[in-house]
Write a protein that binds this ligand. Structure first.
Ligand SMILES: NC(=O)C1=CN([C@@H]2O[C@H](COP(=O)(O)OP(=O)(O)OC[C@H]3O[C@@H](n4cnc5c(N)ncnc54)[C@H](OP(=O)(O)O)[C@@H]3O)[C@@H](O)[C@H]2O)C=CC1
Ligand SMILES: CC(C)CCC[C@@H](C)[C@H]1CC[C@H]2C3=C(CC[C@]12C)[C@@]1(C)CCC(=O)C[C@@H]1CC3
Length: 343
């Protein structure tokens, strides 16, 4: 399995898509940043074949209807995918292989942060420290989560944010870079990704209280490793950070009415840290920006940040992924392969 990457000719069948139409699959496409990305992609390229990969088909249908109101002739498919379930990923990948002969863009956007707790004491202490801007940008020291085991016996955050996506990539290998074309993978990571939250001895973060931060750091490292292994075959992986965005995920941290109340404060903070992108449209900036870039011009070690200035202007900035342990991407990649092959 490890050596399998190029598409065997016999897998190129049943393709409903004309040759020039880009095939784009987005996980977690029914809300928040994923849905905003779909909207922006359809505006950018009306010829797209867009596949919304979602765990809840009712929400997926609603998202498709919303997208079709502004893009009447858009080609939008739905795919049932619970990225936190091994069986669902395997079934969905089979379905994708039956429907399409290639994937041009795979946006790995679905993500969860279950039972988040804000450390109010650390927040107040941070407000009066020199580290305040960094604290607002990265939430360092402010957030913990309570993880649990899923029905596959994996930690839920790890399974959803990282492992399910890695398994999906592996299963879709035959559709990536067929016939020497390039394919792109884009991970929605986070500024909350922190090296100190990740341990190779505890990949699933069973024993800690920052599984979200850990899983996002691991996705940064996996992307690095994918680039090392696959760039020469035409597969390019990137990570983005959408900033702080008001979505169901953030409404799980503090209630939506509270966020609405403090919105003027957040606009003020945005003057000092352009990471408060706040709307899903703004948060999707870097995801959209990557769509229109030539992959060869991208830095494989960069993390692309969606940023919004105090005046509301959106832009994308690249910063280096912090990797102070050069062997980590490699080790994580091999460990993930082991997980995939032991499933
Ligand atoms: N909001 C923010 O400030 C930030 C968000 N991010 C990241 O952005 C990404 C998108 O989140 P955001 O838009 O904010 O939040 P949302 O909760 O709005 O979107 C998350 C999406 O992922 C889907 N999803 C969750 N679990 C699964 C699963 N097991 N299988 C399939 N789909 C799943 C959700 O589906 P459903 O509707 O069914 O729950 C939803 O569509 C996440 O990866 C998040 O970590 C990163 C940095 C900041
Ligand atoms: C006055 C206010 C702005 C107080 C809000 C304090 C905190 C709740 C927030 C400060 C920085 C935020 C942040 C996130 C969540 C909410 C904060 C901790 C994220 C962790 C959300 C998910 C991510 O992936 C990154 C975000 C970084 C910043």
């Amino acid at each position: 399995r490890i050596g399998r990457w190029a598409a065997p000719v016999e897998s190129l069948h049943n393709c409903p898509c004309p040759d020039m139409e880009k095939v784009v699959l987005v996980t977690g496409a029914n809300s928040g940043i994923g849905l905003a990305l779909c909207e922006r992609l359809l505006t950018e390229d009306s010829q797209l074949l867009l596949c919304l990969a979602c765990r809840n088909m009712k929400r997926a249908e609603d998202a498709r209807s919303a997208l079709l109101t502004s893009h009447i002739n858009a080609h939008i498919d739905l795919l049932h995918l619970d990225v936190g379930s091994v069986q669902s990923v395997l079934t969905a990948a089979q379905e994708v292989k039956a429907r399409y002969n290639r994937i041009d863009f795979l946006y790995l956007n679905a993500g969860i942060m279950p039972n988040p707790q804000v450390d109010v004491k650390a927040l107040f202490k941070g407000l009066f420290s020199r580290n305040v801007i960094n604290m607002f940008a990265t939430a360092e020291g402010l957030l913990t989560q309570q993880d649990r085991l899923n029905s596959d016996g994996l930690q839920e955050v790890f399974a959803t944010n990282l492992f399910g996506h890695f398994l999906l990539i592996r299963e879709l290998e035959p559709l990536l870079c067929p016939g020497g074309q390039t394919s792109r993978i884009v991970w929605t990571s986070s500024s909350n990704a922190r090296r100190s939250a990740f341990s190779i001895e505890d990949i699933q973060h069973r024993n800690g209280t920052e599984p979200y931060s850990s899983s996002k750091y691991a996705s940064d490292m996996l992307s690095l490793a994918l680039n090392r292994h696959k760039n020469s075959q035409g597969l390019f992986s990137s990570v983005i950070c959408p900033g702080l965005v008001m979505t169901n995920l953030t409404y799980g941290i503090l209630p939506s009415f509270f966020w609405t109340l403090i919105m003027p404060i957040m606009w003020l903070i945005r003057i000092f840290t352009n990471t408060f992108t706040l709307t899903p449209y703004n948060g999707a900036e870097a995801l959209h920006w990557l769509f229109v870039q030539n992959p060869e011009s991208l830095d494989p070690r960069a993390k692309y940040h969606s940023l919004t200035s105090g005046l509301g202007k959106n832009y994308t900035q690249s910063r280096q992924v912090s990797n102070q342990r050069p062997l980590l991407p490699q080790t994580l990649y091999c460990s993930s392969l082991l997980y995939v092959n032991l499933r």
